[in-house]
Design a protein around this ligand. Structure first.
Ligand SMILES: *Cc1c(COP(=O)(O)O)cnc(C)c1O
Length: 427
């Protein structure tokens, strides 16, 4: 599929049936796989042969879908996880351990912020948060000798800041560590971070990739570009023998192209078991088949609603990187030339109270803890997804209390505008 364009890869990537085989990706609804001899199975356990033995680690349905996502992102290997949270945790924990340190953009999803700032700290992994607008000098200053990864989101949920991927990658590489980018919001249809220097790309496939609010899931893609052995002292997990896996050295045996995903599968899936169910992987693939068509419409609707909101007197500020007045417009023109996503955020005059009234009066847009769905939905982050964060942390993440996150679905743009208009009038 590598010679085809992205639109074709969305439809047909990852799985090519042989003569007489199912046209649609088969759902391999089996926990286990049968072998003729113990020797055959032993080779799988030793990672001498590739194949399946237990669905907690790998399943063929998942691998077809992961292969499609790898093709879309331009990576060499990928895996599916049970959720976006699991994807980001695995991507970081695959190379960080007790005593290590991460540099992360402060403008990230609340769940990921909590994962890194609270839960991973409890595991002895420290973090320094940096502004997505930090200068090269400021980014450099955040690094320590024990820093093992840099992390950011292409378009941050919900702040909608746009990451300067090229700059973050440059700084990460100057310190001998990979850049991990969560590309959930633009999807590879609108941005491919690997082309700008990112080493690992993660997704909450729960969002646009599935796109129909049907299945929670995540994905990790390896660019195959990061040279682990060149920084062997920093990454002992990849560059020294794994005694829990028969003394295999992942970076030597599987090279730059395969080491990261093989280790995450062999160690983290084995020990944490956060695999996506094959049934959900099948749903995810249905979403991916139309991702290129849907993303164009989501971005078109987002743009139309954002432009309308700028004309409304009840609105203090509209944040959407497709607006020429947006702080991130220039960066979006560079990284997201064909549009970003359907998520628009805006601050109402009148803060929390106005936000509550507005949301109550919406007819088409539903109040949901979800975004990036075919059906328009909205949320007030300060009272829902981000309620664990203090006012200071909210401010650092660029989320005022009266902020509304409106996820424009695939409905008619004029109907969405009319709905927003009547709800604003009711404030
Ligand atoms: C939703 C989301 C996550 C978490 O994904 P889940 O599938 O809900 O676990 C991570 N990153 C971003 C950018 C998200 O929007």
């Amino acid at each position: 599929m590598s010679d085809y364009r992205l639109n074709t890869k969305c439809v047909q990537g990852g799985y090519t049936p042989g003569n007489g085989e199912p046209r649609q990706i088969p759902i391999v609804q089996s926990t286990t796989f049968k072998y003729n001899t113990s020797e055959d199975m032993g080779k799988l356990f030793d990672l001498e042969a590739s194949g399946y033995f237990y669905t907690r680690l790998q399943n063929p349905t998942n691998d077809y879908v992961a292969a499609k996502i790898a093709e879309l992102e331009g990576g060499t290997a990928a895996m599916l996880t049970s959720s976006g949270q699991a994807a980001n945790f695995f991507a970081l924990f695959n190379i960080c351990e007790n005593g290590d340190h991460i540099v992360a953009s402060s403008s990230i999803y609340g769940g990921t912020f909590n994962l890194i700032d609270v839960t991973m700290r409890k595991m002895g992994i420290d973090v320094t948060f940096v502004s997505p607008d930090a200068t090269e000098e400021e980014l450099n200053a955040a690094f320590q000798d024990n820093t093992k990864a840099m992390f950011g989101e292409t378009i941050a949920n919900p702040a909608l800041t746009v990451l300067d991927i090229e700059l973050f990658a440059k700084v990460a590489h100057a310190h001998g560590v990979p850049l991990i980018v969560d590309n959930t919001f633009p999807t590879p249809v609108h941005c491919r971070p690997i082309e700008w220097g990112a080493d690992i790309v993660t997704h909450s496939t729960t969002k646009y990739m599935d796109g129909h609010g049907a299945a929670v899931g995540g994905a990790i893609v390896d660019s195959g570009n990061f040279d682990w052995m060149a920084h062997a002292d920093k990454f002992p997990g990849l560059c020294t023998p794994d005694e829990s896996y028969h003394g295999i050295t992942y970076a030597k045996k599987f090279g730059k192209e395969g080491a990261f995903i093989t280790k995450a599968t062999a160690q983290l899936m084995r020990d944490f078991g956060s695999i996506q169910s094959p049934q959900n992987a099948f749903y995810l693939n249905l979403g991916l088949e139309s991702l290129h068509v849907r993303m164009a419409r989501h971005a078109e609707n987002g743009q139309a609603v954002a432009e309308f909101l700028t004309t409304c007197p009840q609105v203090e500020k509209v944040t959407y990187s497709g607006l020429p007045t947006d702080k991130y417009y220039a960066r979006a023109q560079k990284y997201l030339p064909n549009g970003g996503c359907g998520v628009v955020s805006f601050e109402l005059k009148g803060g929390r109270a106005a936000a509550e009234k507005f949301m109550k009066n919406l007819k088409l847009a539903a109040i949901e803890t979800h975004v990036a769905d075919a059906r328009t939905c909205c949320l007030n982050p300060a009272t829902s997804t981000h309620r664990q964060m203090s006012d200071e942390q909210l401010a650092a993440a660029g989320i005022p209390a009266g902020l509304i996150r409106l996820s424009c679905g695939l409905e008619d743009a004029q109907d969405l505008i009319d709905d927003v208009k009547q709800a604003l009038a009711a404030i």
